[in-house]
Design a protein around this ligand. Structure first.
Ligand code: GAR
Length: 197
């Protein structure tokens, strides 16, 4: 069984997609052993609790400095003994120490077709605002391994999504989630769990 820790910052719809896929057999050989959030108010924590998945908040506000937060994040993560860490809307830069501890064992979902609209400053709605401002006609989502850069790791899966002329960032965000993110993130985990990469 692949032991998966999911890291989240907000609503957790991608976490829900993973939970559902484990429940309905679209993801096999996998156990979600823990959920970690940097944000105590994240609805994702409630989603985890509803499914009896151990969940905890590690808030940077509770630590003296970034190094102390980064150390706590790594220590708490290690306790779950994960085989795979999934960043599902985790809006915290992963410390280099964590990347070195888990090489090609951390994956991230990003709401665009990398290398477009990615890197520093592109997260959440900002990604979709960028796509609409540039006037691209196609966007999508990408699952990739996490390395020490921002959105620079090896690409695992991508799925395109068409942009409509009447889209707002919010409407586009929802469509990208429904038509791409909630599909390719569980698919990538299932591939890793079954050695199909
Ligand atoms: C998702 O759209 C995810 O792709 C994005 O945050 C959202 C989280 O939603 N991640 C990034 O922008 C990372 N750079 P969720 O909490 O409902 O899954």
């Amino acid at each position: 069984m692949l032991r998966v820790v999911v890291m989240v910052s907000g609503g957790g719809t991608n976490l829900q997609a993973i939970i559902d896929a484990v429940d309905n057999g679209k993801i096999t050989n996998t156990e979600i052993v823990g959920v970690i959030s940097n944000n105590a108010g994240a609805y994702a924590l409630e989603r985890a609790a509803k499914h009896n998945i151990p969940a905890l908040c590690i808030s940077p506000k509770k630590y003296e400095n970034r190094d102390a937060f980064n150390d706590a994040l790594l220590e708490e993560t290690k306790k779950f003994k994960p085989d795979l860490i999934v960043l599902a809307g985790f809006l915290v830069a992963i410390p280099p120490k964590m990347v070195q501890e888990y090489p090609e064992k951390i994956i991230n979902i990003h709401p665009s077709l990398i290398p477009s609209f990615c890197g520093k400053g592109f997260y959440g709605l900002k990604v979709h605002e960028g796509a609409l401002a540039r006037g691209v006609k196609v966007t999508g989502a990408t699952v990739h391994f996490v390395d020490e850069g921002t959105d620079t790791g090896r690409i695992i899966l991508q799925k395109p999504v068409m942009i409509d002329k009447d889209d707002t960032p919010e409407i586009l965000q929802k469509r990208v989630m429904e038509q791409a993110e909630w599909i390719i993130l569980p698919e990538a985990i299932n591939m890793i769990a079954n050695n199909k990469l």
